[in-house]
Design a protein around this ligand. Structure first.
Ligand code: F6P
Length: 361
């Protein structure tokens, strides 16, 4: 039976989104002969008048889209359709309008590409609107439950690893400790993986507490072994030693994570008399060209999601497990977060390499 399906990207962008939209379009149009509608700016495209949507054709991907970061559909990590009941509030509950837009398009199903937060919102929205839904996980944070790899994560780790490669020579030239602050929200996946791959001496993640005293000891140990520099990776959500979060209040009134690198820089200088410098990697981790692995996962996810719709298997999320693509119940991942446990095999690897990863006992 011929179908018309919608596809949207939601939450923060990342590398590999264009590749997944391409894969879904190829499969839906070339294999099943369906119509694919790209919805602009997350769910916001559905509340515009006229609706902000475009029909997607395989031909749209003849150029270099698949090789590019970002999402050509646009996305949004501020539009919470359910947030408020007050009309004067900028976050007024718009769920009914979103659902109305969806119905106006007469879509048979929706593919939503997002992280755990987006999945939670899309779950409520599609339940309320009785919309057939299939989710695809993307987030540089790689914190989607029951899913080994989210689209965008590999590229972010690659960017952070490259940053360490570039920081090492300048660290050595100036006998400095270089601190690299990376993203990842409340999960330390980017920090731990890039830290190991990039030869860090200290990796601090939100899941494991640390002590400044132990950091000073680690730097002392490096010195006593005859090395004149050190590399430190810290995840943005790591707390100060007193337990408070490092954050910055922006002019729009929002408080965002940031500043833990600068805090550590001062503290390390004080306790170990080491010259330090900080690099905050920021959105470079999101906008880079997707790695081969992100394109691969994106391609597998896009094809599989369309096949789920063909089988009319809804309220499922496509996931990567044991080197393959499969699907799980939306309820088991929406709004939940996968973080690093002390017993994580990579923590053992880091320890085995002599990296300080916090107080493990
Ligand atoms: O969740 C993805 C992420 O990149 C986090 O790692 C980071 O804290 C946040 O989004 C940044 O969001 P924004 O684009 O709003 O600055």
């Amino acid at each position: 039976m011929s179908k018309k399906i919608g596809i949207l990207t939601s939450g923060g962008d990342c590398a590999g989104l264009n590749a997944v939209i391409r894969a879904a379009t190829f499969r839906a149009v070339n294999k099943y002969g369906w119509k694919v509608i790209g919805i602009k700016d997350g769910t916001l495209g559905l509340i515009k008048n006229p609706l902000d949507v475009i029909e997607l054709k395989p031909k749209d991907f003849d150029g270099n889209l698949m090789r590019m970061g970002g999402t050509f559909l646009g996305t949004n990590n501020k539009a919470y359709p359910f947030r408020s009941k007050k009309k004067q509030d900028s976050n007024f509950d718009i769920s009914n309008e979103v659902i109305k837009g969806f119905k106006q398009l007469s879509l048979d199903a929706l593919i939503g590409i997002g992280g755990d937060g987006s999945m939670k919102i899309l779950k409520s929205l599609t339940k309320k609107g009785n919309i057939n839904f299939v989710g695809i996980p993307k987030t540089i944070d790689n914190d989607v439950m029951h899913n080994e790899l989210s689209i965008g994560y590999d590229t972010a780790v690659d960017v952070a690893t490259n940053a360490l490669d570039m920081l090492q020579p300048t660290a050595a030239s100036h006998r400095r400790a270089m601190i690299l602050e990376v993203m990842g929200r409340d999960a330390g996946h980017i920090a731990l993986n890039s830290g190991i791959a990039g030869g860090a001496d200290i990796i601090l993640i939100p899941e494991i507490p640390y002590s400044l005293k132990s950091i000073a000891k680690q730097i002392e140990k490096i010195r006593s072994q005859g090395r004149n520099h050190a590399l430190i990776v810290v995840a943005e959500s790591v707390r100060k030693e007193n337990g408070s979060k490092a954050s910055v209040k922006f002019i729009d009134g929002e408080i965002r994570l940031g500043g833990i690198g600068a805090y550590l820089s001062d503290e390390i200088y004080k306790i170990s008399n080491t010259e330090t410098r900080v690099t905050v990697l920021g959105h470079l981790q999101r906008g880079a060209q997707p790695t081969h692995r992100d394109r691969l996962i994106a391609s597998a996810f896009g094809v599989y999601a369309v096949d789920l719709i063909y089988k009319e298997k809804y309220n499922r999320v496509v996931v990567w497990q044991n080197r393959s693509v499969t699907d799980i119940d939306l309820n088991s991942i929406a709004g939940k977060s996968k973080t690093i446990k002390k017993l994580d095999p990579l923590i053992k690897v880091a320890q085995g390499l002599g990296i300080y990863v916090g107080e493990l006992n």
